[in-house]
Write a protein that binds this ligand. Structure first.
Ligand SMILES: [Zn+2]
Length: 261
């Protein structure tokens, strides 16, 4: 089996990118850091530090281990907690945090994991599309800063990678035999707005991603955002956006022969 990965990431225009992306030989990881609200975090590190360090740990573990994806997230978060527990307050609910979206093609299986609103979109060989996403952040009773703070990492609210390794056990996971998979998109929610806000069918989104690439999807997203009236949607007018396209190359294609040789 040969795989092809293409990727793009872009910050909110004029901002610092708090998304992170990493692609290995048979996996892709996308993280989306929660933007600081200005409330004290109890942490001497910023969101970008958290996101990059968690990405690095996930990358190393995915390379070295066949462990269950939730176990990989749990142990990576636990390691990161121990990295700053001496200097920072691990009980502060505003401590830096991140979503996690992962896809791994190994041992005949595609396995995916979504924790807190970064989706993975799986297109099967027969054209069927499954969107795997932890959508608990879309169903909160209130989005005031205090409400979100109180709901973070609770079963009444939502779970996210931060200071509680057990958040990993609340991630949404799925698996599909690789021979039934055509392509997979791993996205931050800033890159899934065309279907989620702007009415694109997922099939149109995946076709555009495959034909024109991840950077094109981000630029189409920015165009759509620019024509959106203020206040039309909950949340930020723009967001950091990251997209990875993973394509399973059919046997016998030139790329596969090159990869096998
Ligand atoms: Zn810290």
């Amino acid at each position: 089996m040969a795989l092809e990965f293409t990727q793009a990431t872009a910050p909110t225009p004029g901002g610092v990118n708090e998304d992170a992306v990493a692609v290995g030989p048979d996996f892709a990881i996308v993280l989306d850091g929660a933007t600081a609200t200005g409330a004290p975090t109890g942490c001497i590190h910023d969101v970008a530090w958290y996101v990059r360090n968690l990405t690095g740990r996930l990358y190393t573990k995915l390379l070295a281990s066949d462990a269950d994806l939730r176990e990989i997230v749990r142990s990576a978060v636990a390691e990161l907690v121990s990295e700053h527990t001496a200097t920072c307050d691990m009980t502060n609910p505003d401590s830096p945090s991140s979503t996690v979206a992962m896809a791994r093609f190994r041992n005949g299986l595609l396995e995916v994991l979504s924790l807190a609103d970064s989706p993975i979109v799986v297109e099967r060989s027969d054209g069927r599309i499954d969107v795997v996403v932890d959508d608990r952040t879309s169903h909160l009773p209130s989005y005031s800063r205090d409400a979100v703070r109180a709901l973070r990492n609770t079963d009444e609210g939502f779970w996210v990678a931060s200071t509680r390794p057990e958040a990993a056990d609340r991630a949404v996971v799925a698996s599909v035999p690789i021979d039934e998979v055509r392509r997979v998109a791993v996205l931050s929610d800033g890159a899934s707005r065309l279907p989620e806000r702007y009415g694109w069918a997922w099939s149109r989104f995946l076709s555009a991603l495959a034909e024109h690439g991840p950077a094109h999807i981000i630029s189409e997203t920015r165009s759509a955002e620019q024509t959106t009236a203020d206040g039309a949607f909950r949340g930020k007018p723009h967001d950091d956006a990251t997209a990875v396209l993973c394509t399973v190359l059919p046997p016998g294609t030139p790329s596969e022969q090159a990869a096998a040789g």
